[in-house]
Design a protein around this ligand. Structure first.
Ligand SMILES: [Zn+2]
Length: 61
């Protein structure tokens, strides 16, 4: 039996198996669905954007 590969989600910080890879970062399925659902006016939106910005800052570093 293979060990499941767990990757740390940049948004929720939990280690998940299923998700998407953006640049060198990982976003789990649950958070990706949240981002897609999140309205621009939603408070959470700014949280997600802040998390995603970390990715781009890292890339430019
Ligand atoms: Zn997550």
């Amino acid at each position: 039996m293979e060990d499941p590969v767990l990757v740390k989600c940049i948004v929720c910080g939990e280690e998940k198996q299923e998700g998407i890879q953006i640049a060198s970062e990982f976003i789990c399925d649950a958070c990706e669905a949240e981002i897609v659902r999140t309205d621009v006016m939603d408070v959470k939106y700014s949280f997600f954007i802040r998390q995603l910005k970390q990715i781009f800052y890292k890339q430019n570093a």
